[in-house]
Design a binder for this molecule. Sequence first.
Ligand code: SF4
Length: 374
Amino acid sequence: MLTRIQMLQYPFSVEARRKSQTIARDFRRLSKFLGESENRYIVEEAGERVVKALDQQSIRLVNTNDERDVLIYPTARLIVEKIGNARLRSYQAVAESKAVQKYLSRESSDIVQYLAESSFGWKLEYQGKILDRSDLSPILQPFEFKIAFENFLEVAPKFHVDKWKLVNRHMDKGMVYVAKRELERLISGKFSDLILTGSYEVPTLPTRLTEIVQSIDAELAGKLKSTQPIEYKKESTHAFPPCISIMYKESTAGKNLAHDARFALAAFLLRIGMSEQDVMGVFKAAPDYVRSLAEYQVRHISSKSAGEGYNPPSCKKLQVNSLCPVYLGAAWDALCEYVLHPLEFYNTRAWEQSKNIDDHSWYSRKKKRKQTLK
Ligand code: SF4
């Protein structure tokens, strides 16, 4: 049903996957195939594709009229899996899903429906062209499709926008009305999810591919340096700013936190790289702990499309909400005067600890005071 170009545009499609598998059945065989000199262009293009994703640029569709073009996407995935960096994977998910959304917007309803059904097994009903829908009530006329609610829920909750909440949708016998544009968004969202959650055993890679992996890995460190928080380790709690430290201690000691504090703590912990499971564990001791609710809240905070989860509140916000103990005069740390955000505090203090620096007099020499807290 799909053309060769469409196979390249929709790497998640049954046709694209089948085609890739006829050339190289699994990653081990793909790796061997990529080691052959005549297949070098696939490796180069895949590397380019990952770099584009890392640079947050549009992915270029490579069409050389060769059936091997379909291997560029799985090779790009292989590179990202080999590097094993969650941020890079999330950049890849964003770039790939954006490209898919752009291509889908130019497709007919037939193709969009076909892709959703054949690729993900979704149940859809086409409502017909605009004229065919004139018998429907006016509020239902804008929707070309109905999708089974369980398929809708596979993706929609991740968008965190009211219009994607099931309660705000029109439904009919377990089917949710969606416009074509919305179905396209669901498809690209599902594709993004597959990238974010898929994991592969990476085989030994051929020399050129290994070189590309190493070069992207090196570039990655530089590109993410300014924004990537120091990785979370158990001892990282010693680098927590006073605000987070108090919330963390209270929560793990079984005290109920107010909603604002709970949000601030969860968003902070997720942002520094603590797993969702561990974050839920932090709230477990609270007397009002309800597992399903905590899971929902933590996932909700963390699952905005990768890399874009909710940001923990700034110092100013915490001060307004009476959650900054330094501002309230209940705690003190000199570093607080030089930061505007608890994450900034954490990154600086974790760095100091990694270098065994316990003399903090350098703040006043090197940093500009940003707040006056006493
Ligand atoms: S100044 Fe900022 S980092 Fe320090 S305790 Fe207050 S809110 Fe936290």
